[in-house]
Design a protein around this ligand. Structure first.
Ligand SMILES: C[S@@+](CC[C@H](N)C(=O)[O-])C[C@H]1O[C@@H](n2cnc3c(N)ncnc32)[C@H](O)[C@@H]1O
Length: 326
């Protein structure tokens, strides 16, 4: 990152009067627009929200993820909101309140996945495929690993254009090991998409599906997992997060779950699947993957709190993460 963008990032939450006015206007615009819309031209929205949540997390004393690029990667209007603390609080506590469980869970899933990638790297894996990468900044941050680790980011072409443009305008340098693989996964499979890139199916890889499975039916997820299991080399791994079924979710978080389901369904992006830990292991086994770890986010939160101290937020007992191997 160039000095100018480091300087821009370091003044994240100190806003001038003009910026405060812009932040208020941006919150107003966000309230009027459907930020979760799947309509044309708004596809980048969920990825923008993830990046915004990561950027906001940089202010927390205990951090699950250090991401100095999140702010530069999120949309200009969310960036303006984040620079002004009251606007950021309003956004989190009011405009996006229905999404709060997802926003809290995304930090845990990101830490879990990045640790799985680190362990895979130590075991000799040199390819990382990020399915539905959005504005993920792993490859930009981890130049100590990338290369020799080759990162293949799969997302819709429009999303990738936006991301490249934000990388360019923030003056962030893109490491030679980062490969953008534009694909609409409703049209082509993960393996078909990778066949148009330098990905080597003869070498083991680790693949992540973060913030993606809830929107796929169990049949579609099983189909994707089968195609990946038959296309990747032995020793490959898959890491993902998913929604727990009602019986496995923490009873005290059921209200949160109902609010979340209502929120996303209203916005045309319904949650399509939920699993117990055992049901996810079974789906993966049928597809050709064995379970290396199945863990709820509540258990992960406890694990991370032991490492880092009390976490700065409540963890929704609604999600789980899994690591699978071929
Ligand atoms: C919620 S974001 C998750 C971003 C990132 N994985 C994370 O957790 O930080 C979901 C991403 O999946 C992408 N996506 C959704 N449907 C897709 C499709 N059919 N083909 C390719 N990418 C898709 C979206 O563009 C978006 O970037």
């Amino acid at each position: 990152m160039e000095t100018s963008s480091i300087a821009r990032n370091s003044r994240v939450f100190r806003a001038t009067r003009v910026e405060r006015a812009e932040a208020r206007a941006a919150v107003g615009r966000l309230r009027r627009t459907n930020v979760m819309s799947r309509g044309r031209g708004q596809r980048a929205s969920t990825a923008d929200l993830v990046a915004a949540a990561r950027a906001r997390h940089q202010r927390d004393r205990v951090r699950l993820l250090d991401d100095p690029y999140a702010l530069a990667l999120t949309s200009p209007s969310l960036r303006r909101v984040l620079r002004f603390r009251p606007a950021a609080l309003f956004l989190a506590n009011w405009t996006l309140r229905g999404l709060k469980p997802v926003i809290l869970g995304l930090l845990i899933r990101a830490r879990y996945a990045e640790r799985a990638v680190e362990a895979a790297f130590r075991d000799g894996i040199r390819q990382y495929v990020v399915v539905g990468a959005g504005l993920d900044s792993f490859a930009l941050r981890r130049t100590d690993r990338v290369p020799p680790l080759e990162v293949f980011e799969i997302d819709r072409p429009a999303m990738q254009e936006v991301k490249r443009e934000r990388i360019r305008s923030a003056g962030i340098s893109s490491p030679p090991g980062l490969h953008f693989v534009p694909a609409d996964l409703e049209q082509v499979s993960v393996m078909e998409a990778l066949s148009n890139s330098p990905f080597d199916p003869g070498d083991p890889a680790i693949l992540s599906f973060l913030g993606v499975t809830y929107y796929l039916s169990p049949e579609t997820l099983a189909e994707s997992a089968r195609s990946i299991a038959s296309g990747v080399a032995p020793g490959s791994r898959l890491v993902l997060d998913y929604m727990l079924d009602e019986a496995s979710a923490w009873p005290e978080h059921r209200k949160m779950r109902a609010q979340l389901e209502e929120y996303v369904a209203k916005r045309g992006e319904p949650m399509k699947s939920e699993y117990s830990l055992a049901a996810m292991s079974e789906l993966m086994a049928e597809a050709g993957f064995r379970t290396l770890e199945a863990v709820t986010m509540m258990d992960l939160a406890e694990r991370y709190a032991e490492e880092l101290g009390p976490l700065p937020f409540e963890t929704p007992g609604l999600f789980a993460c899994g690591l699978f191997g071929k």
